[in-house]
Write a protein that binds this ligand. Structure first.
Ligand SMILES: Nc1ncnc2c1ncn2[C@@H]1O[C@H](COP(=O)(O)OP(=O)(O)O)[C@@H](O)[C@H]1O
Ligand SMILES: [Mg+2]
Length: 251
C-alpha cells in the first residue's frame, strides 16, 4: 500500500498529509512603546506544513506581520516557542537568526524595494552572488514569467512586474520557505492575480513552503490551508479541499 502522504501528494490535496516544517506553540509578542503595552500576539499555536501554501488572513492590526516576522527570524518572540524542523528559533541569538534567514527564508513584501539603477537581472543577481546554491537570475525570472524583461529597469515595469522581479529575487537562492507579507497589497486585482500565479507556480513546481499574508478574504481560496487572525490570536483554521486557481479569484 502507498503511504497516505504520497497518495495525498499525487491527488494534489497536500493539506494535512505532509510534515510540519514549522511548529509554533503559545507564541506571544508584546511591544512596549512608552507607557503603553501592545500585545501583538497573544498565544498563537499552529503548524505550517512542508510544501503547502498557507494564507494568513485577518484585519489590519491583528498580528499577521508580527507573526511572519518572528517565523522568518526578523524579530524575536516575547514568549512561546517556534521550531523550524529541529531548530528552535526562539532560542537563537540575533546572529544565529541572521544565518537561519539567509540559508532558509525568502521574503516578499508589499513594496518591492528594487534598486532603481539596476536591471531586473542585476536586482536578482545581487542575491545570487552570496547564496549557497543559487538559481541563475535568468531562470528565476523565467519562473515568474519575466525572462524577456531581464534588461529592463524597475521604472520601465508595472507594479505587478516589479513585484514579480522581487519574487524572483526572493526565490533565486532556492529557499525552503517563502514568506510574503501583503504581496498584492499595492496592486490592482488584474496584476495581483499574475503575482499570485507566480507564487502558486513556485509552490507547485519547486515545492517551496509558502505563507501569504492578506487582509483580502477572496485570496484564501488559492491556499491549501488558512489561518485567520483576530486580536493576536487564531480565530479559525480552514483546509481547502478544493483550491481555486488565482485567475478564478476575484476581488
Ligand atoms: N514595532 C512595533 N511597536 C509597537 N507596536 C507594534 C509594532 N509592530 C506592530 N505593533 C502593533 O502590534 C499589533 C499587530 O501589528 P501587526 O503584526 O503589524 O498586524 P497586521 O500585520 O495584522 O496588520 C498592532 O496593534 C500594531 O500597532
Ligand atoms: Mg501587516
Amino acid at each position: 500500500m502507498i503511504p497516505l502522504r504520497y497518495v495525498g501528494r499525487m491527488d494534489k490535496v497536500a493539506a494535512s498529509t505532509s510534515e510540519p516544517i514549522f511548529r509554533i506553540d503559545g507564541l506571544t509578542k508584546i511591544y512596549h512603546s512608552g507607557e503603553v503595552e501592545v500585545r501583538a500576539l497573544n498565544g498563537v499555536t499552529l503548524e505550517l506544513y512542508e510544501s503547502e501554501m498557507t494564507v494568513l488572513l485577518g484585519p489590519s492590526g491583528s498580528g499577521k506581520s508580527t507573526f511572519l516576522n518572528i517565523v522568518g527570524g526578523l524579530d524575536q518572540a516575547s514568549g512561546g516557542t517556534v521550531f523550524f524542523r529541529d531548530l528552535e528559533l526562539t532560542k537563537l541569538s540575533e546572529r544565529q537568526l541572521t544565518r537561519y534567514r539567509r540559508d532558509h527564508v525568502g521574503f516578499v513584501f508589499q513594496f518591492y524595494n528594487l534598486i532603481p539603477s539596476l536591471t531586473a537581472w542585476e536586482n536578482v543577481a545581487l542575491v545570487t552572488e552570496v547564496a549557497r546554491k543559487p538559481m541563475k537570475p535568468e531562470d528565476a525570472l523565467e519562473v515568474v514569467g519575466l525572462r524577456d524583461r531581464m534588461t529592463h529597469f524597475p521604472a520601465q515595469m508595472s507594479g505587478g512586474e516589479q513585484q514579480r522581479v522581487a519574487i524572483a529575487r526572493a526565490i533565486a537562492k532556492q529557499p525552503e520557505v517563502l514568506l510574503c507579507d501583503e504581496p498584492t497589497g499595492a496592486l490592482d486585482s488584474k496584476t495581483g492575480i499574475l503575482v499570485l500565479e507566480a507564487l502558486t507556480r513556485i509552490n507547485d513546481e519547486l515545492g517551496t513552503t509558502t505563507a501569504i499574508i492578506t487582509h483580502n478574504a477572496s485570496i484564501q481560496r488559492i491556499a491549501h490551508r488558512v489561518f485567520s487572525f483576530i486580536d493576536g490570536k487564531i480565530s479559525a483554521t480552514h483546509v481547502n479541499t478544493e483550491r481555486l486557481k488565482p485567475h478564478e479569484v476575484s476581488w
